[in-house]
Design a protein around this ligand. Structure first.
Ligand code: GLC
Length: 423
């Protein structure tokens, strides 16, 4: 049947032409069509269990390009280590990485994630400090996904019964933690004081909240030798020496400290905004009995470290075009809304912070926006991991009362200079 063969050949030619057309229709800068296919999305532990339904929604609309969610450990450092070992081995297993803002520069500098086309994403709609965390060397290496700022959670029932207001300074916090907490059978204050990135955050926040700084100029200049830094370390060391920070807190990451607060064992807790929803939910003994305010500082409100995560595409991904679409989906307005309402995480889209219905359901949103905008990002240094390890080691010795705050600051200055000099 010659005509059938001719017809088949015609169909084939038409198909090739059509494929060619769709290729031509690609917008400039978009990765080649060959970059489409299934993805693996690697993230740190999904503490509020909201991600799987979002991925399912994507998968229902993308049968040929399904996303597999891989949850790594809760701890920022362990997740970093697992992502690094996977990428450094040359593996293409992870396509999209939900990368802590702390590590974006390190991964970019090492060539492990791929630069992205700025025009592809609605960066103007995002809170501006978060966009900066996703750039390195003038290029966009990731798209902001979640932002974060520390808040001070307090037992509203206890403060009210005692006729007290939530503290705005460390002196007020220390007084209430020292005098009030024991009267109610509570420990005073805790944060995340186990040696890992969380301790670096807590130590850095203490230094910043006294008006100091650890490093300047993207980590190239050590600026830690100051009275403010000594005061910051002394705030935490005094708490441990005087007993209003329980020694148990030296083993706390985010989740352990949240559990202590929810079990009704703490008057004050420094933690991220996800705790607001969790501590107000079923299973929490303090639901309806707590509030949150900006972090206190030496003479007034303190300054949080800017937390959060960015979405990056592995340089080894075989499907970068689908990866870019998936990132656009996760940062779209409807999904960002769910990041807040289902994930209890701070979205990166600025307009959501003014949305009256969201402000009604999430009363801490205005405080959160203020805290995020005032928060200080971690240095955009390819060697930030080394910086963090120094802060953790020194912090651990100061909190264990092995080093005085004075000695701690001297050590920070010395050891951080060695890191920034590359030795
Ligand atoms: C949160 C923050 C992140 C920070 C980590 C420290 O996950 O979003 O930026 O590095 O806590 O534990």
């Amino acid at each position: 049947m010659r005509w059938m063969r001719a017809l088949r050949r015609g169909v084939l030619v038409a198909a090739v032409l059509l494929a060619g057309c769709s290729d031509v229709a690609r917008s400039p800068g978009e990765p080649p069509a060959g970059g489409r296919g299934p993805l693996t999305f690697a993230t740190a532990g999904d503490l509020t269990h909201y991600l799987a339904p979002l991925v399912d929604d994507w998968n229902r609309g993308h049968r040929e390009e399904p996303v597999t969610l891989v949850e790594l450990p809760d701890s920022a450092d362990e997740t970093r280590a697992q992502m690094l070992s996977e990428l450094r081995s040359g593996s293409s297993r992870f396509d999209v990485l939900n990368l802590d803002v702390a590590w974006t520069s390190e991964f970019a500098a090492a060539g492990l994630i791929t630069p992205l086309d700025r025009d592809r994403f609605a960066l103007d709609a995002f809170l501006s400090p978060v966009v900066d965390t996703a750039t390195f060397d003038g290029r966009l290496y990731a798209v902001p996904y979640v932002t974060n700022a520390g808040l001070l959670y307090y037992r509203a029932d206890v403060l009210e019964a005692a006729g007290e207001k939530p503290p705005a300074t460390w002196a007020e916090l220390a007084r209430q933690a020292r005098t009030l907490a024991p009267r109610y059978g509570l420990a005073g204050y805790a944060g995340q004081l186990l040696p890992y990135e969380g301790l670096t955050v807590n130590i850095t926040e203490a230094i910043q909240s006294a008006g100091g700084t650890v490093l300047r100029d993207d980590g190239t200049r050590v600026a830690v030798d100051s009275d403010a830094a000594r005061a910051g370390l002394a705030f935490l060391a005094d708490g441990l020496r005087e007993g209003w920070i329980p020694t148990e807190a030296l083993g706390f990451k985010e989740e352990e400290s949240r559990a202590a607060f929810e079990e009704g064992r703490l008057l004050f807790l420094r933690n991220w905004p996800y705790v607001y929803a969790e501590a107000g939910g079923p299973g929490s003994k303090v639901a309806g009995r707590f509030g949150a305010v900006p972090l206190p500082g030496l003479d007034g409100p303190g300054t949080s470290v800017l937390g959060g995560s960015n979405l990056a595409v592995s340089a080894r991904s075989k499907h970068p075009a689908t990866a870019a679409d998936f990132i656009a989906y996760l940062t779209s307005e409807p999904v960002q809304r769910q990041v807040l309402t289902r994930g209890a995480l701070p979205p990166v889209r600025a307009s959501l912070y003014d949305d009256p219905s969201l402000v009604a359901s999430h009363p801490y949103l205005p405080i959160l926006r203020q805290s995020v905008l005032a928060a200080v990002p971690r240095p955009k240094s390819a060697r930030y991991d080394q910086v963090s390890l120094v802060v953790q080691a020194v912090g651990q010795d100061v909190l264990a009362l092995r080093d005085t705050p004075e000695e701690g600051v001297r050590r920070l200055a010395r050891e951080l200079s060695a890191v920034s000099n590359g030795s």
